[in-house]
Ligand binder design. Structure first.
Ligand code: NAG
Ligand code: ZN
Length: 249
């Protein structure tokens, strides 16, 4: 009886999911699809593992659309003195997502030490990130929003730096996008958030099951981080399945 009820519920939901997927992919609502041209896109993260815990649907979709993807990680994640190991894990994880090592920059700068108590220098981030933007000729930059998904102060520092770059016109002609932080309910309803996201947000990236699997594989590269709550996270977090982005003006 229970199995029957679950099936009854599942197939309409499966149809809704397929419709959302087709809608997101085909209707030209997505900024990156609408703009048409292939561009260099820079993803800015704070710690090794942010790329697959939060940005995987964005990275995988942009790669499939033929954009050149670069990643800059502002710290090597040295909170538990595992920085050297985590640097290697980050490169493996990026490889599994499809970003070659040569397109990954890991910044080691004492102004940005991993840890919620460490206040990161916003000027320092602006300086280092704008340097990378110029070097690779990025046309779009993607980073965290003001709540940084998990409210981690290091994530929020990246948002503040991005906002400063836009307001003070440090980088001309570069579009800056931020990853929307949803409320805690939407955060942990996994695929159920796909229909909600596709209705609410213009720039939505959604992962097909094969991409979700890729993101899980990338997560297994972060062996030092695979504690039980992160294992739960990769099943229940919407960020493994869908990303919504907003443009900073
Ligand atoms: C990596 O960067 C090179 C140029 O440095 C670029 O041609 C290539 O497309 C990039 N790779 C990906 C997967 O974006
Ligand atoms: Zn992080």
């Amino acid at each position: 009886m229970l199995a029957f009820l679950i099936l009854e519920f599942l197939w309409p939901f499966a149809i809704v999911l397929v419709l959302c997927y087709v809608y997101i992919k085909c209707s030209a609502v997505n900024h990156f699809i609408r703009s048409g041209c292939k561009q260099n896109v820079l993803i800015v993260t704070a710690h090794p593992d942010d790329e697959c815990m939060f940005f995987a649907p964005t990275i995988l979709s942009l790669l499939q659309e033929g954009h050149q993807i670069y990643l800059v990680c502002l710290s090597k994640g040295n909170f538990y003195n595992q920085g050297e190991l985590r640097k290697k894990e980050l490169l493996v994880s990026c490889g599994k997502l499809g970003i070659p090592q040569s397109n990954v920059t890991i910044i080691e700068d004492e102004r940005f030490q991993d840890g919620p108590e460490n206040v990161w220098s916003i000027d320092g981030i602006v300086e280092r990130v704008s340097g990378v933007i110029k070097r690779i000729g990025a046309k779009s930059v993607i980073t965290f929003d003001g709540q940084g998904v998990s409210s981690h102060p290091n994530h929020v520092a990246l948002f503040k730096a991005a906002r400063r770059m836009v307001h003070e016109k440090v980088i001309e002609g570069v579009s800056v996008f931020v990853l929307e932080s949803t409320n805690i309910v939407r955060k942990y309803v996994s695929i159920i958030d796909i229909p909600i996201s596709s209705i609410i947000c213009m720039t939505t990236f959604v992962s097909l099951p094969v991409d979700v699997y890729k993101a899980w594989l990338a997560m297994t590269a972060h062996k030092s981080q695979l504690v039980w709550f992160r294992k739960l996270y990769i099943f229940f977090s919407r960020y493994m399945y869908v990303n919504t982005l907003y443009k900073l003006d």
